[in-house]
Design a protein around this ligand. Sequence first.
Ligand SMILES: [Zn+2]
Length: 112
Amino acid sequence: MKQTEIDNLEEMYNHYHGLCFVCQNKATERAHILGQGKTSRKMYGDSNVDNPLSWLPTCQRHNALVDISQNIIAGRSICKIIESIFIDSEKRRLIENIVRKNIKRKEGKNGR
Ligand SMILES: [Zn+2]
C-alpha cells in the first residue's frame, strides 16, 4: 500500500471516529461504495473506485451493505459528485445521503 493510501485510510477512520458507518460499532474494514470488481471498475472507472470518497469504514457485517455498484443510477451520481467542483466535505455529505438511501433500499429488499 502506498503512503498516500495509508494516509487517506487513516483520515477516513479518523473522520468517522473509527466507527462503522452503518451501526456505529467499531469499524474493522474499509468498504468500497463503488465496488472493486471488474464490472464496477469498467462501469465507474478506476479513478472513482479508488477515490477515498468512495470508501467508508464498516464492521465486518456491514461491508457489503455499503456497496452501491449494482444501483447504476446511484453509482453514476456518486461518480458525478466525486468529479464535481464541490469541496470534499460537501461531496462526502452528498455521497453519504445516497449510500444511506441505498442501504434502506437494500434492507427493504431483504425484508429486514
Ligand atoms: Zn456495522
